[in-house]
Design a protein around this ligand. Structure first.
Ligand code: GUN
Length: 296
């Protein structure tokens, strides 16, 4: 068996085209477009790349984008004040604070400061809480987890009734993707860094759907995968690579070449989950805008 490659780049482009069409229609009706603000603190090259891609995608969809670049040494109160300023800005419907923040900043307090109705990353505790409430539908879903679900659905993978294993328990991916899979009626197990290795291998081998989100390059071996499983690789760890212009490449959590001989569906890195995260961020900002103009 050779897996069908789950082309996140192409699925993300479809979503962005759908968003653009909706933005054009809403602009014709309201003479207003969605606004996305991204706050970036410091000079991290990877964060700068992600934020640049987010702005470019936003502008291509007809959004206004606000770029807020702040110095590494910014004080906690000044960063909170910047977030509050965007909370008050009527042209801004989605706010993201690119993570990680410098170590002197209390990240949790910053995320708590974002207006939950503009929380396009869905990292405010109100949105996280609503996500985990049975029967609740939060205004925003966390971008990477929602992107993973969209990739499965748009590839025709059945989630309901299936056994899913999530590797990783982070707030940003592992825990929320497990909840979303459960809300789609999968039976879900989370394995993590404290799961005994033999148990982990056995559980991965029993899964119809595997979501790898450990941030550990090549951790998931092809031979662990059940034949016919759907495997989504969320790992994007920069590893040194002298053959690349940037001097590094992004490495996934799954041994791609081995896994593609066993899986029925497999997402690549890069070109898998990464573009989907951006598409879902735009979708969330559009949601915030629609709420703001009374469309939902
Ligand atoms: N850093 C890595 N991933 C993300 C993300 O999805 N959102 C934000 N704000 N920061 C990140």
């Amino acid at each position: 068996m050779t897996a069908t490659i789950v082309d996140g780049k192409s699925i993300a482009q479809d979503i962005r085209n759908e968003i653009k069409a909706e933005v054009d229609a809403l602009n014709a009706k309201h003479s207003k477009v969605p606004g996305l603000a991204a706050i970036i603190v410091g000079e991290r090259k990877d964060s700068q790349t992600y934020v640049r891609l987010k702005h470019k995608a936003a502008e291509e969809c007809g959004f206004v984008s606000f770029n807020v670049e702040l110095p590494e040494a910014i004080a906690q109160e000044d960063l909170e004040a910047k977030v509050r300023e965007l909370n008050e800005n009527p042209d801004c419907h989605g706010i993201i604070v690119q993570l990680p923040l410098p170590s002197h900043i209390d990240e949790k307090k910053i995320l708590d400061t974002i207006n939950p109705e503009k929380d396009a990353d869905a990292l405010h505790p109100i949105n996280i809480g609503r996500l985990h409430c049975k029967g609740d539908t939060p205004l925003f879903l966390p971008c990477t987890p929602a992107g993973v679900i969209e990739m499965l659905k748009r590839s025709g993978v059945t989630i309901a009734g299936k056994r899913a294993v999530v590797l990783g328990r982070s707030n940003i991916v592992g825990a929320p993707v497990a909840t979303l899979l459960m809300k789609e009626n999968a039976t879900v197990t989370i394995v993590h860094s404290a799961t005994p290795k033999d148990m982990l291998v056995e559980l991965v081998g029993s899964a119809d759907i595997v979501i790898a989100a450990m941030g550990s390059p090549g951790f998931v071996q092809g031979e662990w995968i059940k034949k016919g499983a759907a495997v989504i690789d969320v790992g994007t760890t920069p590893v040194d690579d002298a053959t690349k212009k940037a001097g590094y490449r992004l490495a996934g959590d799954v041994c791609f070449n081995e896994a593609k001989e066993r899986a029925a569906y497999l997402s690549p890195v890069p070109g898998g989950v990464g573009p989907m995260t951006i598409a879902m961020l735009l979708k969330n900002t559009l949601q915030g805008f629609k709420k703001n103009v009374g469309e939902i």
